[in-house]
Design a protein around this ligand. Structure first.
Ligand SMILES: *Cc1c(COP(=O)(O)O)cnc(C)c1O
Length: 234
């Protein structure tokens, strides 16, 4: 199942890259394994996937203890201060930094284990109330500059979650906003490259708008079953 799904997803990514003249090697595919077990992760790993995304600190911590450093872990969920140290211990990338408080804590925890933590700022690019992330340009630029000044943070890019809608223009607007924001920050002497955007329902639009990191879950692993806890699947 996972192997076939992955094959299909990779084919779609490749096809869209050709259509918009993008180099496939610019785009990292992150398999979002939240709510799936170690077995499914191993299946994707055997198909050559090395980047996996998780959105709960405890779930990531347990999977990290089982699978370790052979996997490049991406933390993509909302982050509480008291969970930061678990995430810093395991994640290569943290995509969801949206406050100075969290950035400060990540820098401190990374410093205590002599690590330089790669981070992205989470940006709210749609009007949906439920989405979190930064919106104000000055606030974003200031936080980016703080991250650059922290010795144990490496700011690599921006992340957003597209709006939950069938309106492709709205989704496109959200992703192109993130790209323009990155370009504007770069013209303000902030040197970042990554755009983490695009999930199962909208990754093709994200590729067209410049995504460099796709976070894809259900198209690879199938529908998530929330009727049983992730704890029972490990
Ligand atoms: C769950 C999740 C994804 C993957 O969603 P799918 O629709 O299953 O591809 C991507 N990004 C974030 C932040 C998520 O929480």
């Amino acid at each position: 199942m996972v192997a076939e799904n992955l094959h299909e997803v990779k084919e779609k990514i490749q096809k869209r890259c050709i259509e918009v003249s993008r180099d496939l090697s610019e785009i990292k595919l992150i398999a979002v394994s939240k709510n799936f077990g170690v077995e499914e992760i191993e299946q994707a790993y055997n198909e050559g996937i090395r980047d996996f995304g998780e959105n709960r600190a405890q779930e990531l911590d347990i999977k990290y203890s089982r699978l370790g450093d052979k996997i490049i872990w991406h933390f993509i969920g909302s982050l509480q201060r008291n969970k930061v140290r678990f995430v810093v211990n395991s994640a290569e990338y943290i995509h969801s930094v949206d406050s100075l408080l969290i950035a400060t804590e990540i820098n401190k925890r990374a410093g205590s284990i002599n690590k330089v933590q790669k981070v992205l700022l989470q940006i709210k690019t749609s009007d949906e109330e439920t989405k979190s992330g930064l919106t104000d340009y000055n606030e974003i630029r200031d936080l980016a500059n703080y991250c650059i000044d922290f010795p144990n943070l490496d700011l690599v890019g921006l992340m957003t979650i597209g709006p939950l809608t069938d309106d492709k223009n709205l989704i496109r607007k959200s992703f192109s906003h993130l790209r323009k924001l990155r370009n504007r920050l770069n013209s303000d002497n902030i040197n970042i490259k990554e755009l983490s955007m695009g999930m199962t329902s909208d990754f093709e639009i994200a590729i067209e708008e410049g995504s460099t990191m796709l976070r894809i879950g259900s198209a690879i692993f199938g529908q998530r079953d929330y009727s049983t806890s992730w704890k029972e699947k490990l």
